[in-house]
Design a protein around this ligand. Sequence first.
Ligand SMILES: [Fe+2]
Length: 337
Amino acid sequence: MLSSISYIGNIASAKANFSWNKDLDAIFGILSRRFDNFNDNGFYAHPDEVELRKELARVPTLAHLTEGLRGLRANGVVLYGLGLEGLPEERRNAALYALTLMLGYPTSTDQRTGRVAWDVRAAPVKEGGSRFTTFSERVGRADMHTDSSFYPMPEEQFILYVVNAARCHGGHSLLIDAEDIYRALQRTPEGRAAFELLSTTPVPFRVPAVYAAGDDTVEVFVSTVFSPSTAKRVGGRPGPRFMMRWRYDSIIKGLDARPDLDTPALRDAVELMNEAAETGAERFIEQLPTDTLMLVDNHHMLHGRTTYTDERRHLIRIRISDVPNAERIGPSGVGRD
Ligand SMILES: [Fe+2]
């Protein structure tokens, strides 16, 4: 099912070594019966997702692929040649929805439409647009971050699927494992102090304007950057040291909005963490080819991307919660970062 498996730290790369054969039709058939409509091919968090998952688990390719991905026990997986290249959007997104439902519970990414599958591609720049926009709306680099950092329950995982790789010297995907952030911060006394402070002192994350009720509304969510990991231990191995939320621009705007939480020591710690995330820590960097699937642990990895110019670059992103949507607290993965 998976071949050429190799690891760099907690990131696994592999090649998909299977053919979907009739199983794409089987998945499409099941979703066609279960969904009233495909929501413009973005799908939605299905009200009977627990039952739907059981039904999908009987599709052999889907079950084996899920087992293979889980078996890698990695914080990040890069799987080349998933086998969905050239499919019509509805078939491709149906397969991606089904796969993410096998891995957890896909959340809706867009408050307005309820879409689960989000298109990551360049959006035209709006007139006079200086509002606080999100990474997936811009051509250009994305600072290292975790998704939904400004909400109570950031999803545990997300996938990115490459529909069209950038045909320019850019658009690389970046990943940093939590352990590498830790190592980078432990190198100096200032870094160690920053880690300590960001583990104990809540910081305000500003919710980007596009998610808030109105563009002029200021909403913040207050949390520590590092907190005790809720991940389960696997096979007797030590669990992760901590989990993290991180989005530099959101914190800086949050501190501006909440001067009561702003201190010079906290600003320094945030700057040191930003330095570790942007340059100091070891990172995975690759221009992912078309038809690559990336699966990321959003609590134990930072992700980002380098600048690109090719506006045809197109990825699909789906966020995945460990708990069913009905049990989630607060906005449910509606962030579009
Ligand atoms: Fe992101």
